[in-house]
Ligand binder design. Structure first.
Ligand SMILES: Cc1ncc(COP(=O)(O)O)c(C=O)c1O
Length: 407
């Protein structure tokens, strides 16, 4: 008899964004002539930077000739891209990361989901609340949690991110082995200072723990004092894995390219307490289960680091940050408390309603604007909503004008 993985039955009913999609679909079916503006899901709207398009076209032409055609590439990514990432994203910021510590992939979602298979099923896990749901759900699927009760899974250590701690979690009160951190944060838009990240790195070093640092929104940091990488913190190489993505940086959500950095000095332990380097383990997983990102896409990603590419991706992030500013100003003007939208593309708003979904329904029904209910990201998100800056300027302006009328 084929048995199912019963841990799947613990997953809470449905994934946040499919819930939203269902409500929007039902609303649109009932009101076919209303134009709905979506500031909910974090998908980009602007086209790929011209430098990426030119590089991709050129690479497609190479695939058309037997002299330059490429078949399977190295699973870890082509050397040209790994070297560009190490030099520009890390060494240029004083972080000692080498090209062969970079693993190119087709998404930070899959990497943050897949990394947990390197760790024991007994691992004690800390997750922020609110949180990007992938970190939690993948550990539920793998059987590392108990059942859900009141929106929280047994066995996980939740780290509240609230207005009181500036949405940067405090160190856990119970001992943990694996800590998920995400800065700039989805959903709160919060960033962590050098001192705050240093505290986490010191905690991990003192407790033989590991930090999984998701920096998918790094490109939106404008404050020069905020670290872009966990590896800007001394000692982080030994206790942290970092995830990055070209999705939000360069509009690659539909093109798919990302990378994970596993430094060679980064360790976990076996039952005897001996160090086990994680780099060979991730290399083994990656080469066994993944066959690489397509050559034209890797060439497009490499172009992000060319002089024109750098200017174009900066302009792209600046454009979305301009939207975020309009959202922040409108919502603050209406008297709501908010955070984010300065070094990240999300604005996190404390609503007047106890239930985030009520506020969601109100904006959908009265303003035809889709936002994201904060409760979908965790218990601490209840009463909050997230507004995404990913849309055209015209749509953001129109959405804010409608919200102004309704609130
Ligand atoms: C925090 C965070 N990490 C990772 C991802 C996924 O990135 P990718 O498109 O590279 O899979 C997202 C996408 O919304 C995200 O918000």
């Amino acid at each position: 008899m084929i048995l199912v993985n019963e841990h799947y039955a613990k997953l809470q009913a449905s994934y946040l964004f499919s819930d939203i999609a269902k409500r929007v679909k039902a609303y649109q079916a009932a009101h076919p002539d209303q134009r709905v503006i979506r500031l909910g899901i974090g998908d980009v709207t602007e086209p790929l930077p011209p430098a990426c398009i030119a590089a991709m076209h050129h690479a497609v032409d190479e695939m058309a000739s037997s002299a330059t055609f490429r078949g399977y590439g190295p699973e870890q990514g082509y050397d040209f891209l790994r070297a560009a990432i190490a030099a520009n994203d890390y060494q240029a910021r004083g972080a000692q990361i080498e090209a062969d510590e970079v693993f190119v992939s087709d998404g930070a979602k899959c990497d943050t989901a897949n990394i947990q298979e390197l760790f024991s099923s007994k691992t004690r896990i800390a997750v922020p609340d609110p949180v990007y749901p992938v970190y939690v759900d993948t550990n539920v699927m793998a059987g590392r949690t108990g059942k859900a009760r009141n929106g929280r899974y047994g066995g996980l250590v939740y780290l509240p991110c609230t207005a009181e701690n500036g949405y940067v979690p405090d160190l856990p009160e119970k001992p943990v082995d694996l800590i998920y951190l995400c800065f700039p944060n989805n959903p709160t838009g919060a960033t962590a200072t050098r001192e705050q990240l240093t505290r986490w790195v010191e905690y991990a070093r003192a407790n033989q723990a590991l930090i999984l640092f998701d920096a998918a929104y790094e490109a939106f940091i404008r404050d020069p004092a905020i670290p872009h990488s966990i590896y800007e913190i001394e000692g982080a190489r030994d206790v942290a894995i970092e995830f990055r993505s070209f999705s939000k940086t360069a509009g690659f959500t539909g093109t798919r390219c990302a990378f994970t950095v596993v430094p060679k000095s980064c360790m976990a332990y076996n039952r005897a307490g001996e160090c086990v380097p994680l780099h060979p383990l991730w290399n083994r997983r990656h080469t066994t289960k993944f066959n690489g990102v397509s050559y034209p896409v890797q060439r497009a990603a490499e172009a992000v680091y060319s002089p024109e590419g750098k200017q174009q991706v900066q302009a792209l992030a600046d454009f979305y940050l301009g939207n975020a500013k309009i959202i922040r100003e409108t919502i603050a003007d209406l008297g709501y408390q908010l955070t984010g939208g300065v070094n990240g593309p999300y604005v996190w708003i404390r609503t007047t309603q106890k239930d985030s979904w009520k506020f969601f329904d109100k904006l959908l029904e009265k303003a035809q604007v889709v936002i994201t209910p904060g409760s979908g990201f965790g218990r601490c998100g209840q009463g909050y909503v997230r507004i995404s800056a990913f849309n055209s300027r015209a749509n953001v302006e129109e959405a804010m004008a409608r919200i102004r009328k309704v609130l």
